[in-house]
Design a protein around this ligand. Structure first.
Ligand code: PEP
Ligand code: MN
Length: 369
């Protein structure tokens, strides 16, 4: 894996140093002693300083591979430095301008970015009633889903609530065999990761609660490095900037498998009446920064079946590449989130049909946004 600057080399102009990071002093210019101090620091990291002299103010470009976090931290710690401005993206792989920008993810017969991808299925597989899941699998396929979702292990706020069951992995894979659909399941630790990979799960979901769990992200990145497994990375409620979200994807891709999909699923604070604050509107912002496909999860965003179709359609209007929707043949008999937010197969089919119309409007007239 190229963990260094290789992906950027093609962009370097032949004769001018590439400048990405600037030191902005508190005063109009640094004293010669201050210049010597910053020169010594950047020199330790193989970089040099180039002053850019303005009429009033001088700023100082760092020339060289200036991405070392420690160097930046040391410069930011200097009392005479106001701030460090970075022009270069911190994402070597997930950046929209990286060499991976033409990478396409294909699953269930669709190529993300070229067709609207639909992931659908139950929140939670009930191991005591496997037939519900098997029936749901067939129904979501008929409704137009390309990937079947099913929660085997569940992150639950209440420690006494049903936590999932490894036995459900067999039900998930049985549903995959019956329908021919690839399957998506959330994993929360290394043991579950191994069980899911051994069983042949095609898409691993990193849930909102674990999207900032860097050691899990690394374990997943390492485990999928030599496979074509896809990772659906949910947006954490605790993520600040969009860069934090994309950086989490970079953690996985850095090990060598760039098949990472970003999945906004509603954020905090909850909008009165909705489960979370719907965040499908960040899709165009994400697309400005990263080439990664964006699949919106309207189910966890609004948290109630009657609001899900509108959120799903809005997501496609905002330019989403796909939708991840909870659905159940008989929501009231479901467990986990299904009784409150799962769509029936009929509503799912209508929602997919309408979403496809919006997709065609955007992609026929406007093109990929
Ligand atoms: C889920 O997909 O059922 C789930 C728990 O999602 P999230 O991590 O987004 O809450
Ligand atoms: Mn759920």
């Amino acid at each position: 894996m190229d963990g260094g600057g290789g992906f950027w080399q093609g962009e370097k102009p032949a004769s001018h140093p590439q400048i990405h990071t600037m030191i902005l002093p508190k005063s109009n210019r640094l004293t010669p002693e201050q210049v010597a101090e910053v020169t010594a620091i950047v020199g330790e990291f193989g970089c040099s300083i180039q002053p850019i002299v303005g009429a009033v103010r001088t700023i100082y470009a760092i020339v060289g591979d200036e991405r070392d976090e420690l160097m930046i931290n040391r410069l930011e710690g200097l009392s005479f430095v106001d701030r460090i401005d970075r022009i270069q993206s911190p994402f070597r792989l997930m950046d929209r301008r990286s060499d991976l920008s033409s990478h396409r993810i294909r699953i269930g017969g669709v190529t993300l970015g070229e067709d609207l991808a639909i992931i659908a299925g139950q929140c939670t597989i009930d191991p005591k009633n496997p037939n519900y899941f098997l029936e749901t699998a067939v129904a979501v396929k008929e409704a137009g889903a390309h990937v079947l979702r099913g929660g085997v292990w569940k992150p639950r706020t209440n420690p006494y609530a049903f936590q999932g069951d490894s036995k459900s992995i067999e039900i998930l894979m049985e549903a995959s065999r019956i329908t021919g659909l690839p399957v998506d399941a959330e994993v929360m630790d290394e043991e579950q990761l191994q069980v899911a990979l051994d069983a042949g799960v095609h898409m691993l979901q990193v849930g909102a609660r674990n999207a900032l769990n860097y050691s899990l992200l690394r374990s997943i990145g390492r485990a999928v490095a030599k496979r074509d497994t896809i990772v659906l990375l949910k947006r954490s409620l605790h993520m600040g900037s969009l860069s934090e979200f994309i950086s989490a994807a970079e953690y996985i891709a850095a090990f060598g498998n760039p098949n990472v999909i970003l999945c906004p699923r509603g954020t905090a604070p909850a909008l009165d009446g909705y489960r979370n604050h719907p965040d499908e509107s960040i899709t165009p912002l994400l697309k400005e920064k990263t080439w990664a496909p964006v699949v919106i999860d309207p189910s966890h965003s609004v948290g109630k079946a009657s609001y899900v179709p509108a959120c799903a359609l809005a997501a496609v209007a905002y330019g989403a590449d796909g939708l991840c929707i909870e659905a159940h043949v008989s929501p009231s008999q479901g467990i986990g989130d299904d009784p409150k937010q799962a769509l029936t197969p009929a509503v799912l089919a209508d929602t997919i049909a309408q979403a496809k119309q919006i997709w065609s409007l955007r992609h026929g007239a406007v093109g990929r946004g």
